[in-house]
Structures are given as structure tokens and as C-alpha cells.
Design a protein around this ligand. Structure first.
Ligand code: PHE
Ligand code: ZN
Length: 871
């Protein structure tokens, strides 16, 4: 049993980060304070000696001062490290010339030119529950360096503009650690002298079937990046690693992408269609980072969206090309509305490029990722596919191998196209979701149609007053025949602009709305059109217009833009839900309007439509979306109303929904292919409606689907359908599911989440019990996200009037913070919108935030979210 070693060379540096904080007071770091480092690191040689108790890390750093003769001290970041030895130019450094505190190693009296720094540190990966730095997960060592993790491995200038080249050598007992992987290309591997230790191998062999979808996704992503962006992979090897304990989704380490196992492993029995789709997207995402993130990286962490917004955009486009573009867009916009809009309207609102942070970990947000992707999408909308491609080409030509800023990306897009982008950069600096209002007017005599836009960006923390944004608005005008009218010219800003697609009148045009108030007048419009505004959702704004319900029904039936067809239905549903919420609050009986039922019915029965589109179109806007639109969010009313509408639709359309289930059953074996996926999506949505009925026949149906399912997608959907009504059937089927699938931990997480999200009153007690379930483990983020994260999604129980839900979460945040601050911080954010609720709930939530802030030894992560929430 020898000790094995490998040596490899990363051609790109690992992602890193700067921190100037000192122990006691959490310190805010500002973008405006960015300074180039005084010392550059040219090369770093690392050697890891892995051990069961401790691990030794030898680092040799080749330092060169930015300015010759620099006298500044060299400050290295380092957290939870034991310094074993320290040499400059091969000589042990004297006590007077260095200083170590809990966060830094500071060196003074340094040589005036280039020098080498050799540092040995000792770390305890086995005790590291934060899952950043080097830690052990299910018997495997794993590193996580982004954003501030590298400082938990060695003393280093842990910031992304240190562009060193690395070599990395790993040594370990072969029997314990049979597989050693590092970044970059392999230089050498081999065996060392015999080791005295012996232990059984802990590596599990994966069933090849569970990784075939990830492999398929990777190949597809590689091909797509070559085809669409002309970007090829640049190394001789590429590894995808699955780890069960991971804070985030995945990580783009050069040639060694690391994934949360739920985003790699999939078989028909253990993963749903949604999981398969997520794997495709995330495998793509991490692979695409090789160019957008690794070869071109961020100068500092404020620029995070430079790589994340762009890479999310790239993965969205990839998934669209692999499946259905409109359906993908609908899903992404729903996510934006349900999660990013509320963030942008609350105390944690921040621009796509934040101005400051206490813990960078807290800024891996839906704003930086999803809104950031929308910003990139706007460039493409404005420049067209070929203009966007030119911009990307120039970006790589200029910046390959560099650490750059959002301005550099903007400049590449602008310069490659000679484009005028006016105030577009405001998208990076102004937080808050712009409100865009449109008033229309048809002049039958002049045959002109006018659209008056006005915009308002709401105040956000630190930004009371905003400037108007540059909003691209894709637009079409429908005639009474339901067809797009040809658009030839528009009068705007005192000029007549022609609109054409290669000489042909356009059917969709992109208006550039840049002022607080602005009018566009279309000529040669023969009749009053119905406008289809913001086709494909070309800007992340809240749109209000003077469209009537009749206009919306017309768009729902006719719009050539599928996104806006869906959107028209959503606008109608949101209006309807808000009206019913107000009826509920005034104790009026709830009545569902017949026109709405008919609308849903006609979509459900329209065989010309894509089945997945139907599934999306008959799904009501989420509870969070409705709460977000209310003056004072009322969880009880919103939940009651949404459940009422679902039940009412199910009752009225029982036959149609039943037929939909019967006609869309899967007969052959499971395939993650488009046709089967569509069918399952529609069937499962229909079954979900039917499960809301207290109807013996429909419960039989759901039970039948549960028992006969050949794949998790349909089996779990049947379980979800049955979960809606408390009672014996529900209890039995939940128990049966656990018994059958208890060995599949990823599936059991879904089982935890389903129960945690339940709106059965008093469910908090059940969730408390599940904390003691043998399959639950607080140290595993996935389990926490399922059970505790899931609970936050229960309107009835998280927001229970007796405060039991808030108390439960508050206590858990304090416990979790001791184990894993990043995960605790994600959980505490559920409190951040406490001011949105009634006074009683406000007081209850506030009390929990105060309790958390008073906890001993609170992490900076949780401190930042909790204190900003209270501010
Ligand atoms: N960079 C990762 C991604 O988006 C996210 C991540 C951040 C993972 C921090 C781990 C830690 O692909
Ligand atoms: Zn990413």
C-alpha cells in the first residue's frame, strides 16, 4: 500500500478574494476602495500531504512587487490555519518580521525585488463543517475556494486579481485515497515508499447509469459552445466530481468541476424531469465558465456578475436550444419574479454589481445571477445574435487571461458594434425593479398608434433617487385577425425611424426606452391594434399597461409570441387573484369568474399547443408573486385564494383534467426526450389539480398513478397530488414512499421537502420531529435546504400567527450558524422581508432577528443579513 501522488499544473489561477476585516467588528468592504495589489504572485507550487488527523500544505510562492523597491508590508489572508514554518528566499523569517492574527499573516522588511515565500501550514479538514477550504465529505477530501475559501488552506493574497500559475502535488495513502484529482493537466503520477497505515477504501463506485445524463449534458455543452460561440475546450482532461456535502450547486474549478451530487447523479427512478433539466443546465453552466469565469475572470468580487450573469445567460440559451425556448423563458421569468423581484424590493436589495459587502458569500444572489443574466440578454436583444457574437469575440480577444470588470464587457459589446448604449451601465449600479407604464392611443383619422412610456425606479437601501434606465422593449401590434401587423416606421424623439428586417417591414421591433417619459408613434396603422408589449420579456421590469381584459384574452388566444401569450394569461390570473384576496379579507364569499374557467378550459383542450406550454399556461402565478404585489402581504388570504381557485378549476374541469391524465400516460420506458417530457409535464399538472379535490374517485386515480409509475417524475407527482389532503391515504403513501426509497438519499430529500412545505395547520411539530429522523443531518446542506428551507415555503406554517414558525426558524439559524455560516445565512434571509406583513407578524419576526443578533459568536454571514434586515 504505497502513498500515491499526482502533480498537475493549472493554467489558470483558482478564484480568490480579499478581506481586510479584523476579528471583532464586521467590516464593510467597498468597490470604490479597490486598489491594485502591492505584490503580484507569479507562480505558486503547492504540495498537499493528506492525513486522517491533519493535513500539511507546503506552498512556495514566487512574489514580485508591483513597483520595484516597494516598502509596503505583504498582508496575507489566512483563517483557521496553523503556521508551521515561514521562509523568505529560503531563510526562516525572524519573529520581528512577521505577525499572525486570526485573519492575517503580515510580513515586513521584505527584499526589494522579487523573492520566494515558502510557507507550511497545518489544517484539519475533518473538523471543517463550513464546507469551504479543504474539508471531508463522505470520506473524500474536497476543496472549495470561491469566494473566500482559499485562505482556509494556505496564507495567501486571497483575491481574484492575483493571477498566479499553479502547480499542485497531492500525496496520500493509496488505500485511503485511491483517486487524486487536481486542476489543469496531469504532469506526473506515481507511488512513494510503503505506508504503514491500512484502511478500507471508502470510494464508492457509481452505477454508470446514474452518470450517463451528466456525460450526455457535458458533450452537448461542449458542442454547443463550439457551434454558438466558437469556443473550444483547452486542456487534455476534464473531470466532473459529485460530492454529497456542498453549499452551492456546483463549482467551475478549471478542468475539475465539482458538483453537488443532486446536480450530477440521475436515473429514472431517482431523479425527476426537473432534475434532468437542472443537470443539463448546471453541467453546461460550469463548463461554460471555462471561458467566462476562468480564462477571463473577475478583477474583484464586486464584478461577480461579469462571470455569473454571463454564464447563467449562456446556460439559459444552451437549455433553450436543447429544449423549448418559450417554455425555458417562462420558467426563468417565473424564477425572476418569485425570488429576484422580492429581493430587489427588500432590505437586501443591491445592484447587479454591489457597492459593498461584509461577506461576499451573501452576494451569490438571484440579483447577481438571474438579473445579471437579464442584463446580458438585453445586449443580445439590442445587438441581435450576430452583433452579440461580435461583442463576445472582441471580449475574448481583448481579455483572454485577464481579470476584468463589467465596464470591460460593456466596452467590448459597444466597440465591436459601434453601438450607442447611452445610459445602459445603470443596470449594473442601480438596484430596484423599474416600473414601466404604457398608455396607448389610436388615432383613426391619422391612422397612427401611439404608445406613451413612463418609468420609475423605486428607492432601495442607500439609493433614494434613481435615474431613468435604458429599457429595450420588443413590441408587436396585432390586428383584429389576430395576425401581426407589418411595422414600417415609427416617429420618436422628433425623428421618423424606419423599422425593417432586411428591407421587409418588421413584425416585432425593439423600442429603446431611455427617458422618464417617452412617446412612440406608429404610422400606417389601419385599425386599432392590440399591442404585444415586452415580447419574450426583453427587460427585467414590472410592466403596467392600459390593456383591457378583452385585450388580454385576445393576446392569450392569438399572440405569435408564445411568451406573451402565456404572460397575458398570467396578468389576468394575477388580477383575478388580487381581487379574490380582497374579497377574502372582507369576508365576502369567493366566486370564480366563468370567463376565467373558460379560458383555462380552452387552453387545456387546445391540441395545437405544445403540452409543456399548456402545463405552464394553466399553472397559477405563485403565492410569492401575489404577496409581492400587495401593500401588506397576507399569507393566509393568498394561500386560501390560490387553493380555492385550484379546487374550483379542478371541480369545473374534472372531466377534461381526467382525460388529460389518461391520455398522457407513459407506456414505454422512461426517456428524457422532448416528447415524453411534455407529456409528463401536462399529465402531472392535471393530476395535481385533481388531487386538490376531496373526491374518492380522483384519489383512486392518483393512487393508481402512484402505484403504476415507472419513473420518479410520475411517481413523485402522484405523491404530491395525494399530499394535498390530510388523512390516512396521505400518511400511508408517504410511509410507503419512504420505505421503498429510503436508500436513495437524494430522493429522501424530496420527501423531506414535501412534508416541510405542507400547509396542513400545525405542521411545524411534524417538521420538528423530522429533525430527529435518522435520515436527517444538519451538517448536510441539501438536507437543510429540503427540510428547513422547505418549511419556509409554507405560507400557513412559516407565517403562523402564533409565531411558532418564526421561532422554529430562528432557533435553527442559531444552531446552524455554529456548523455552517453560509447555510445559516441562506436560511435567515427568509426573515428579511418581515416589514411586508401585518404588525403582529412584524413583531414576531423582528423578535427572532433580534434574538439571532444577540447570539454568541455569530458569524459575519448571518450578522450581515440579520442586521441589514433590521435596518
Ligand atoms: N461559482 C459557482 C457557480 O456559479 C458558485 C459557487 C460559489 C459555488 C461559491 C461554491 C461557492 O458556478
Ligand atoms: Zn456560475
Amino acid at each position: 500500500i504505497g502513498r500515491r501522488f499526482i502533480c498537475s499544473m493549472a493554467t489558470e489561477p483558482l478564484p480568490k478574494q480579499v478581506d481586510e476585516t479584523n476579528m471583532d467588528a464586521p467590516k464593510e468592504i467597498f468597490l470604490k476602495d479597490y486598489k491594485e495589489p502591492d505584490y503580484f504572485f507569479e507562480k505558486v507550487d503547492l504540495n498537499f500531504q493528506l492525513g486522517e488527523e491533519t493535513t500539511l500544505v507546503f506552498s512556495k510562492i514566487f512574489v514580485s512587487p508591483r513597483v520595484e523597491g516597494c516598502l509596503a508590508p505583504l498582508v496575507l489572508d489566512g483563517v483557521d490555519l496553523k503556521l508551521i514554518s515561514l521562509k523568505v528566499n529560503g531563510k526562516e523569517v525572524k519573529g520581528d518580521d512577521f505577525h499572525v492574527d486570526s485573519r492575517h499573516l503580515t510580513l515586513s522588511s521584505l527584499p526589494s525585488g522579487k523573492f520566494t515565500l515558502e510557507i507550511v501550514t497545518e489544517i484539519c479538514p475533518q473538523k471543517n463543517t463550513s464546507l469551504e477550504g479543504l474539508y471531508k465529505s463522505s470520506g473524500n477530501f474536497c476543496t472549495q475556494c470561491e469566494a473566500e475559501g482559499f485562505r482556509k488552506i494556505i496564507f495567501y493574497q486571497d483575491r481574484p486579481d492575483i493571477m498566479a500559475k499553479y502547480t499542485c502535488r497531492i500525496e496520500g495513502d493509496k488505500s485511503l485515497y485511491p483517486v487524486l484529482l487536481s486542476n489543469g493537466n496531469l504532469i506526473e503520477e506515481g507511488e512513494l515508499e510503503e505506508s504503514k497505515q491500512y484502511a478500507e477504501s471508502l470510494t464508492q463506485n457509481l452505477d454508470p447509469c446514474t452518470r450517463s445524463h451528466a456525460m450526455y449534458s457535458l458533450k452537448a455543452a461542449m458542442k454547443w459552445d463550439e457551434d454558438v460561440f466558437g469556443l473550444e475546450y483547452d486542456l487534455d482532461l476534464f473531470n466532473v466530481v459529485a460530492v454529497p456535502d456542498f453549499n452551492m450547486g456546483a463549482m467551475e474549478n478549471k478542468s475539475l468541476n465539482i458538483f453537488n451530487s443532486k446536480l450530477v447523479l440521475a436515473s429514472p427512478e431517482t431523479a425527476t424531469d426537473a432534475d434532468y433539466a437542472a443537470i443539463l443546465g448546471v453541467i453546461g453552466h460550469e463548463f461554460f465558465h471555462n471561458w467566462t469565469g476562468n480564462r477571463v475572470t473577475c478583477r474583484d468580487w464586486f464584478q461577480l456578475s461579469l462571470k455569473e450573469g454571463l454564464t447563467v445567460f449562456r446556460d439559459q440559451e444552451f437549455s433553450s436550444d436543447m429544449g423549448s425556448r418559450p417554455v425555458k423563458r417562462i420558467g426563468d421569468v417565473s424564477t425572476l419574479r418569485s425570488y429576484q423581484f422580492p429581493q430587489d424590493a427588500g432590505p437586501m436589495a443591491h445592484p447587479v454589481r454591489p457597492h459593498s459587502y461584509i461577506k461576499m458569500d451573501n452576494f451569490y444572489t438571484v440579483t447577481v445571477y438571474e438579473k445579471g443574466a437579464e442584463v446580458v440578454r438585453m445586449y443580445k436583444t439590442l445587438l441581435g445574435a450576430s452583433g452579440f457574437r461580435k461583442g463576445m469575440d472582441l471580449y475574448f480577444k481583448r481579455h483572454d487571461g485577464q481579470a476584468v470588470t463589467c465596464e470591460d464587457f460593456f466596452a467590448a459589446m459597444r466597440d465591436a458594434n459601434g453601438a450607442d448604449f447611452s445610459n445602459f451601465m445603470l443596470w449594473y449600479s442601480q438596484a430596484g425593479t423599474p416600473r414601466l407604464n404604457v398608455v396607448s392611443n389610436y388615432n383613426a383619422v391619422a391612422k397612427t398608434y401611439s404608445l406613451k412610456f413612463s418609468q420609475e425606479v423605486p428607492p432601495t437601501p442607500g439609493q433614494p433617487i434613481k435615474e431613468p434606465m435604458f429599457i429595450p422593449v420588443a413590441l408587436g401590434l396585432l390586428g383584429s385577425d389576430g395576425k401581426d401587423m407589418p411595422l414600417s416606421s415609427v416617429y420618436h424623439d422628433g425623428k421618423l425611424e424606419s423599422i425593417s428586417n432586411n428591407g421587409q417591414p418588421a413584425q416585432t421591433t425593439v423600442l429603446r426606452v431611455t427617458k422618464k417619459e417617452e412617446e412612440f408613434v406608429f404610422n400606417d396603422i389601419p385599425e386599432r391594434p392590440v399591442p404585444s408589449i415586452l415580447r419574450g420579456y426583453t427587460a427585467p421590469v414590472r410592466l403596467d399597461s392600459d390593456l383591457t381584459d378583452a385585450d388580454l384574452h385576445f393576446l392569450l388566444a392569438n399572440d405569435s409570441d408564445e411568451f406573451n401569450r402565456w404572460e397575458a394569461g398570467q396578468v389576468l390570473a394575477r388580477k383575478l387573484m388580487l381581487n379574490l384576496v380582497s374579497d377574502y379579507q372582507q369576508n365576502k364569499p369567493l366566486v370564480l369568474n366563468q370567463q376565467f374557467i373558460n379560458g383555462v378550459k380552452s387552453i387545456l383542450c387546445d391540441s395545437s399547443l405544445d403540452k409543456e406550454f399548456i402545463a405552464k399556461a394553466i399553472t397559477l402565478p405563485g403565492e410569492g408573486e401575489i404577496m409581492d404585489m400587495m401593500e401588506v402581504a397576507d399569507p393566509d388570504a393568498v394561500h386560501a385564494v390560490r387553493s380555492f381557485i385550484r379546487k374550483q378549476l379542478a371541480a369545473e374541469l374534472k372531466n377534461e383534467l381526467h382525460n388529460t391524465v389518461k391520455n398522457n400516460r407513459t407506456s414505454e420506458k422512461y426517456e428524457f426526450d422532448h416528447q415524453n417530457l411534455l407529456r409528463r409535464a401536462l399529465k402531472n399538472t392535471a393530476l395535481g389539480y385533481l388531487g386538490s379535490l376531496e373526491d374518492a374517485e380522483m384519489r383512486e386515480l392518483a393512487l393508481h398513478e402512484y402505484k403504476t409509475a415507472t419513473n420518479l417524475t410520475e411517481q413523485f407527482a402522484a405523491l404530491v397530488a395525494l399530499d394535498q389532503i390530510p388523512g390516512k391515504v396521505r400518511d400511508e403513501v408517504l410511509a410507503d414512499f419512504y420505505n421503498k426509497l429510503q436508500h436513495e438519499y437524494l430522493v429522501i430529500n424530496k420527501w423531506f421537502a414535501l412534508q416541510a412545505m405542507s400547509n396542513v395547520p400545525g405542521n411545524v411539530e411534524n417538521v420538528r420531529k423530522l429533525l430527529d429522523h435518522p435520515a436527517f443531518d444538519m451538517r448536510n446542506p441539501n438536507k437543510v435546504y429540503s427540510l428547513i428551507g422547505g418549511f419556509r415555503g409554507s405560507l400557513v406554517n412559516f407565517h403562523a400567527k402564533d409565531g411558532s414558525g418564526y421561532k422554529f426558524l430562528g432557533e435553527l439559524v442559531v444552531q446552524l450558524d455554529k456548523i455552517n455560516p453560509q447555510v445559516a445565512s441562506r436560511m435567515v434571509s427568509a426573515f428579511s422581508r418581515w416589514k411586508r406583513y401585518d404588525e403582529m407578524r412584524q413583531n414576531l419576526a423582528k423578535a427572532q432577528l433580534e434574538m439571532i443578533l444577540a447570539a454568541n459568536g455569530l458569524s459575519e454571514n448571518v450578522f450581515e443579513i440579520a442586521s441589514k434586515s433590521l435596518a
